[in-house]
Design a protein around this ligand. Structure first.
Ligand SMILES: [Zn+2]
Length: 487
């Protein structure tokens, strides 16, 4: 019995290490007539599907495929027959028309801003910000606002197959509570600005509030607390250095917007005689724990510097297009070795958190801007939305691919719709044809958050009702004579 168990365990390890081949040896397809029934290892869940696309180092694909899960971690990936011969699952999840792949990683959001989705569109960035977003935020952002907006964002993301996201906003401890309730994974950065924000009014308060936030969520299995100075043009040197030092003390990530607009380049050139990237380098800010969003105006020297410092980059094609910020040089960034993930930015500048669209737009934007249809092929785009996004966030040891030992964050996508039929190439179908509504399963840490019909961890009807109530409240607040937006 012990030997049989050891053999099964060894076979499972082989599956993880070497792909499909060892399975053939493990499958008793032509078993001799004497009955051999090796003891099966118990696992929590066995997910089977038409395909399992691992996004691992050798891009293994199993068709059909299966994933065995125990204690929130992936135990083995292989064929259904192979894994059924080794494991006895307490629960089976079958998606015979679907492809299973790693959960999508959204590397840049402002989740609570979902409540401001569509409040104003088609405006220059500064008009949009100063006439609508800032006044609406000044009058409404509170723990309750943040909680309602984040739950709405979580429902949207889980339905769309996103399992991990990076966030920059206020009251991030309330964001963390909402994320915890929903069951997603996130890196949550408390945002600092040089002017008062809803939950802290000056640098000393920013440090104190963020320190308490970092301490409170230390060691949580799915929530990573982070520090998020807004941008080099909105944060002083003192504020940036303090954020850097606090992140260093807690070994926490540092999230920041960088080179989003041409105006930011101009401001930094006038103020410091430097590019924003060079300025951050000169004050010792850049390092492996830094994740920068946008980099639309980064030049070749900036990119080399970011690569040298192992900084991760979040590319937000839809937000950059909608606000006419420009086209980020992502092909060049990846060429110099920067890990580039995809992000949606906040729903207020997109106007959704759909990572399938982010992949599609990123690809087409790269092609048309370089006049090269081979730029960012489908497989690279899916990488950016999974393993490379995880690498940009320094989480690729835990998530981003389906491999034994990683956390069981995965999604299934139904390929049975007219718009996704036939399938010639899985990567092409996923990136260019699949829609958010094709997601048929979302799982984080082995727990089902979306079963293809409902978000299992949230009362969605209440989440939507609350969001509609907030819309009324925000509109009423902006109609008050004192509100800047009313002028
Ligand atoms: Zn942003």
């Amino acid at each position: 019995m012990q030997l049989a168990r050891a053999a099964a365990a060894l076979a499972a390890l082989c599956i993880a290490a070497a792909g499909v081949a060892p399975l053939l040896a493990a499958e008793p397809a032509h078993a001799p007539s004497k009955k051999i029934s090796p003891a099966l290892s118990s696992v929590d869940t066995l997910v089977t599907a038409a395909h399992v696309l691992t996004m691992d180092g050798t891009d293994r694909v199993f068709s059909p495929g299966a994933v065995a899960i125990k204690n929130g971690a992936i135990v083995a990936v292989g064929t259904p027959a192979g894994l059924s011969a080794l494991y006895s699952p307490k629960k089976k999840i079958s998606r015979p028309r679907s492809v299973v792949l790693p959960g999508l990683v959204n590397t840049h959001t402002h989740a609570a801003m979902n409540l401001l989705r569509g409040i104003a569109d088609d405006l220059p960035l500064m008009d949009w910000l100063t006439k609508f977003i800032f006044p609406a935020e000044a009058k409404n952002v509170s723990p309750a606002f943040v909680r309602a907006g984040t739950l709405l964002a979580c429902a949207e993301m889980v339905r769309g197959g996103t399992t991990t996201f990076a966030d920059m906003y206020y009251y991030e401890s309330d964001v963390a509570s909402a994320v915890d309730q929903c069951g997603m994974r996130a890196v949550l950065g408390e945002t600092w600005l040089d002017f008062p924000v809803p939950d802290h009014k000056d640098l000393a308060e920013s440090i104190a509030v963020t320190r308490a936030f970092l301490e409170k969520w230390k060691g949580h299995p799915r929530v990573i607390a982070a520090v998020a100075p807004h941008a080099p043009f909105t944060n002083s040197k003192e504020s940036l250095v303090a954020a850097h030092d606090l992140a260093l003390e807690f070994k926490a990530p540092l999230l920041i917007h960088l080179s989003e607009t041409r105006d930011e380049q101009r401001q930094l050139a006038e103020k410091y005689g430097s590019t924003p990237t060079n300025w951050l380098e000169s004050i010792g800010f850049l390092g492996p724990n830094v994740l920068v969003a946008h980099c639309v105006w980064c030049d070749a020297d900036d990119l080399r510097l970011l690569a040298e410092r192992h900084v991760g980059l979040s590319h937000n094609p839809e937000s950059n297009m909608k606000l006419a910020s420009g086209v980020a040089p992502v092909v060049a960034a990846r060429r110099v070795g920067i890990a580039v993930g995809l992000g949606t930015d906040g729903a207020a500048s997109n106007n959704d958190l759909d990572m399938w669209e982010a992949m599609d737009f990123a690809g087409k934007l790269a092609k048309v801007s370089t006049m090269d249809p081979t730029a960012l092929p489908a497989k690279d785009l899916l990488r950016m939305a999974t393993i490379e996004g995880a690498r940009a966030m320094k989480m690729d040891d835990r998530i981003g691919s389906l491999e034994a030992g990683k956390r069981a964050d995965l999604v299934a996508v139904d390929l049975g719709r007219a718009g996704t039929t036939p399938v010639w190439d899985l990567y092409s179908t996923l990136v260019y044809a699949v829609k958010e509504s094709d997601v048929s399963l979302t799982m984080v840490e082995g727990k089902v958050l979306f079963d293809g019909k409902r978000v299992t961890t949230l009362d969605e009807a209440k989440v939507l009702k609350d969001a509609r109530e907030w819309r009324k409240r925000i509109a009423a607040s902006l109609a008050t004579p004192a509100a800047p937006a009313a002028k």
